[in-house]
Design a protein around this ligand. Structure first.
Ligand code: UDX
Length: 435
């Protein structure tokens, strides 16, 4: 099929490359010339495992190209909108400026019969508003809302083999036809038996935010248990193992630590609360404000632990291992690790931080933070070592070797990713979160 993808960020670039790799002819469009220049040379503009390979093979096939020229989308029949919906600068709501701008430009090029597929995470009600715009501007074109659930670090795999496909379609024949076309786009996943849920716009929009709200709640639930464990001497990791054996609960997303960050969960739960308030249903998701608060408290807990261990923060040498919001990513958006590093530095600690992939992004965002290339460099003469992003190279550190480099053998394990006994046996004072 002939496909266009509007917006070539984490979502759109992966989507465009994956669709071309599956055999479709794809053009990716973005207003960011730097991004388009990189992608046009088959270079991924951000770190995402597997993306360079898929980009290279799709570009070599001749089925994939990138451009800043919107006119190029006119040749396509199916148009994916994959632009960002960040948190507004003045509140919790989602900023829909990029979505609206994308539709404005796209509708100039769309023909009757084309299918427009929204993938961006939007407040419920947006698709129906945009469908009105489409009907007015290009009668005969159809809008579908098709949320994505990809995880950074597994974005290629999640795009090619998703857990489920959700199509929010209009009622009637147009919706049936659009769903059939999307089945063709996703033929390989559909053929492999991926569940397809065809529903209305509002449900499709809500599926996405409900899924993220549930995941965020699960993480904050276990972090709330960590807070209780801290005052009772219980071990939240053993607690999670034990309750996780109940199949109704499940062990995944029950890892206590510094909590969730990234470009999705934090802003999505805030936008959901804001939208619910607009709809007069603020009380229905008021618990999400608590989920957010629990999550943010865990960052301060790490700062408090450093103060507890040293008596003060001023002049304390802290090695921060990890800056990305999670391993296998260079993304520092709303990263607990970066937030903690900055809180420590703002309060007088001498912070030396490192991340295998996120140093360049951090340098741009926080040029005053001292960054080094490796964990071995970061820990030299440290009074306290904090592990915040559980990269394999950090969790595999040898406590004896690290012990030879530091001033004081104190480690705070912000992800409960280390074996306390191994570190304690090597002479370290170990502090986890909730254990
Ligand atoms: C998330 C959703 O998982 C994905 O379905 C959606 O499309 C986008 O948002 P992502 O932001 O890539 O994906 O990260 P995810 O793997 O969900 O992790 C989010 C955050 O939660 C990370 O900071 C991670 O460290 C943290 N986390 C995760 C925990 O603190 N504990 C856990 O048990 C799991």
């Amino acid at each position: 099929m002939r496909i266009s993808v509007i917006g070539c960020g984490y979502l759109g670039a992966v989507h465009a490359a994956a669709m071309a790799d599956l055999g479709h002819t794809v053009v990716g469009v973005d207003v960011d010339e730097v991004k388009i220049a990189a992608l046009s040379q088959a270079r991924a503009p951000f770190f995402e495992p597997g993306l360079p390979e898929v980009l290279a093979s799709a570009m070599a096939s001749g089925r994939l190209r990138f451009t800043t020229d919107f006119a190029a989308v006119a040749d396509a029949d199916v148009h994916f909108v994959a632009v960002g919906t960040p948190q507004s600068s003045d509140g919790d709501a989602a900023d829909l400026r990029f979505v609206d701008a994308a539709f404005e430009s796209l509708l100039e090029q769309v023909s009757p019969g084309d299918v427009i597929v929204g993938k961006s995470t939007v407040p419920v009600g947006t698709a129906s508003r945009l469908a009105g715009l489409v009907a007015q501007r290009v009668p005969g074109a159809t809008l579908v809302w098709n949320p994505e659930f990809l995880r950074e670090g597994f974005a290629v795999q999640d795009t090619v083999s998703p857990d489920r496909l959700v199509y929010g379609v209009p009622a009637g024949e147009a919706g049936v036809r659009a769903a059939r076309i999307l089945d063709e786009v996703y033929a390989s996943a559909v053929g492999a038996g991926t569940p397809v849920i065809v529903t209305d716009y509002a449900t499709a929009e809500l599926v996405k935010v409900a899924a993220n709200a549930f995941l965020a709640t699960k993480i904050s639930f276990i972090n709330a248990m960590a807070e209780i464990a801290e005052v009772t001497g219980a071990d939240v990791t053993r607690l999670a193992d034990a309750i996780g054996h109940d199949a109704r609960i499940g062990r995944r997303f029950l890892n206590a630590g510094v909590g969730f960050g990234g470009g999705c969960l934090p802003k999505d739960i805030r936008a959901f609360s804001a939208r619910a308030r607009e709809l007069g249903r603020g009380e229905s998701v008021r618990f999400l404000d608590e989920v957010d608060q629990i999550n943010l408290r865990r960052r301060q807990r790490v700062v408090d632990l450093v103060r507890e261990e040293s008596g003060h923060l001023d002049g304390v040498k802290v090695a921060v291992l990890g800056l990305a919001f999670k391993p296998h990513s260079d993304d520092i958006r709303d990263s607990p690790a970066l937030d903690i590093a900055l809180r420590l530095a703002d309060n007088g600690a001498i912070v030396t931080a490192t991340d295998p992939e996120a140093n360049p992004n951090t340098r741009k965002r926080a040029p005053h933070l001292t960054l080094v290339d490796t964990a071995a460099d970061a820990v030299i003469d440290a009074d306290i070592v904090i592990l915040i992003t559980e990269w394999p190279e950090f969790t595999a550190l040898n406590p004896h070797e690290v012990g030879d480099l530091v001033s004081h053998k104190i480690i705070i394990d912000g992800r409960n990713a280390l074996d306390p006994e191994t570190w304690q046996t090597a002479g370290w004072r170990y502090r986890g979160l909730g254990r």
